[in-house]
Design a protein around this ligand. Structure first.
Ligand SMILES: Nc1ncnc2c1ncn2[C@@H]1O[C@H](COP(=O)(O)OP(=O)(O)OP(=O)(O)O)[C@@H](O)[C@H]1O
Ligand SMILES: [Mg+2]
Length: 490
């Protein structure tokens, strides 16, 4: 393999993705190969692939929503530009265009990238089959020879998923399937240039790890420090002249192909208000449970919502919103939309403190603590970590439910009790005390009875607001682990 292609300095993070793409692009096998890159909107797919094309001299084409004839004309123009021709190429049909396209690669491997491929497929449904013919026609049985490294990229998850699903023509052809995800919360803090952990959590609770929200969407305006946060929210997020205000609405419209956004927003609002079970959502929006099956499926396919199973109560699932901005929109923006459009962002924000704390930052902090336990669990607890999840422990004696925010399991061993490494509670805005530990202790006892291996279960308190002296003393005795927001970023 040729020596590794360096990642351009302007590309932040994405080391693993860059390595995989560079490897794919430099693959020396004498046959055409196919890769698929997908991901939600604004995560940096185009940015990464354009950078790859620039670094390798590859071909890059970004399709637009257009008719077949116009798309073909634009594709011909892009190929002509790539070839340095003054006149645009005009192809009679896609078959001819794709043949020329796949022939761009000679004996040296070169990436041939089509971005927003799903737009092309919409206008020309036969395209995947035609492309498959071109790729197969340059396979080993044909004497190979072409080192075309075809990369298809697109964002409508259902469409891109459809390219590879079931008996789709390109199924089984892709040697690379990459999903570009938002930056992890630690990378996101670095990308925003934020070092204060409390600020980083609050910021991430609004904009998450979507790269574009750090750049064009705020014109590179990041909060200068913790004291600038409120002002930043008002000037950059709750501002009718800035795109973040409407972004959550566009996301829903762009990622899904829906005609009735009202129902979808109601479903999302229900989840954001922590009515997270199927029945809870239906009840909140006043529909029958069967009515929300379809919207929930669509939202799941689009990657905006995920279904999580309660680790302690089999069969109980809850839905969570994956994009923080959507939770923020449903909680803070949507209820006050008219005021926001009038430019009353400062007032709205002043009124939103409690809702932001309890419905946005609080649950978000719990999710970050789980992410932390997944990534750092081995270092924190000193043993290998398996599943990390939340769950509910039923306490029949007290007729209560104990919510466990961060349950950490060891790797499962068949035939043995499931090892429970840690039970944790996370509180964003509350100073934690001994009563939190008492509840965790009770949960541990109940789970022991239920057959979990709790011999080495650590009780953990995660707090964004600190710990009271009694709890700090108990922790000093080695009984409990205390983790502040700074630990999440250490
Ligand atoms: N790795 C990165 N380093 C620095 N900036 C990035 C990175 N990834 C994305 N960005 C910024 O985010 C912006 C949006 O990225 P891009 O347009 O590539 O997203 P996309 O996934 O193609 O979105 P869409 O699906 O809407 O086309 C880029 O213009 C760039 O400013
Ligand atoms: Mg793009």
């Amino acid at each position: 393999m040729a020596h590794a292609l360096g990642k351009p300095a302007h590309v932040f993070g994405r080391d693993r993705e860059w390595r995989a793409l560079a490897d794919f692009a430099a693959d020396l096998r004498p046959e055409a190969t196919l890769g698929i890159v997908s991901g939600r909107r604004r995560q940096g797919k185009t940015y990464l692939l354009r950078s790859l094309a620039a670094a390798t001299g590859g071909f890059f084409f970004e399709a637009a929503e257009a008719t077949e004839a116009e798309s073909l004309r634009m594709f011909g123009a892009a190929l002509a530009r790539h070839a340095g021709s003054a006149a645009d190429f005009s192809f009679p049909d896609w078959e001819n265009a794709l043949r020329y396209f796949a022939d761009l690669a000679g004996p040296d491997p070169v990436p041939l990238i089509i971005d927003e491929f799903s737009y092309l497929v919409k206008a020309s449904p036969a395209l995947p089959s035609l492309l498959r013919r071109e790729i197969d026609g340059r396979g080993p049985s044909q004497g190979g020879g072409s080192r075309a490294r075809v990369l298809l990229c697109g964002s409508a998850m259902s469409v891109m998923g459809g390219l590879l699903a079931g008996n789709a023509p390109l199924r089984g052809r892709a040697g690379l399937e990459m999903v570009i995800k938002p930056f992890g919360y630690r990378d996101a803090a670095r990308f925003w240039g934020v070092s204060d952990p409390g600020l980083a959590v609050r910021l991430h609770a609004i904009v998450g790890g979507t790269p574009a929200y750090r750049r064009q969407f705020v014109r590179d305006d990041a909060p200068a420090g913790p004291d600038d946060f409120d002002s930043w929210v008002v000037r950059s997020v709750l501002n009718p002249d800035r795109p973040l205000l409407r972004e959550a609405r566009y996301l829903l419209a762009e990622e899904t192909d829906i005609r009735d956004p009202a129902l979808y927003h109601s479903v999302l609002a229900a989840i954001a208000a922590r009515n997270e079970t199927w029945g809870g959502i239906a009840n909140y929006i006043g529909r029958r449970a069967s009515d929300i099956a379809h919207p929930l499926n669509v939202l799941e396919d689009a990657g905006l919502v995920v279904k999580e199973t309660d680790v302690f109560r089999a069969g109980r699932t809850r839905y969570r919103i994956t994009e923080p901005l959507v939770t923020f929109y449903e909680t803070v923006m949507r209820p006050r939309w008219a005021d926001l459009e009038l430019g009353l962002g400062a007032e709205v924000w002043a009124d939103s403190g409690p809702a932001f704390g309890s419905q946005v930052a609080g649950p978000h902090f719990e999710a970050l603590c789980r992410e932390f336990a997944r990534a750092q669990g081995r270092r924190v607890f000193g043993v290998p970590v398996g599943e990390v999840a939340s769950g509910t422990v039923t306490d029949p004696g007290n007729k209560a439910q104990i919510e466990i925010d961060v349950a950490v399991f060891g790797p499962a061993r068949p035939g043995e009790p499931r090892p429970l490494i840690s039970l944790g509670e996370a509180k964003w805005g509350k100073v934690m005390g001994l009563r939190h530990v008492e509840r965790l202790r009770r949960a541990r006892a109940l789970l022991t009875v239920k057959g979990y291996d709790t011999t080495a279960t650590t009780l953990a308190c995660y707090s964004g607001a600190g710990f009271d002296p009694a709890l700090a003393a108990a922790a000093a005795d080695g009984d409990v682990l205390l983790l502040g927001a700074d630990r999440l970023y250490a």
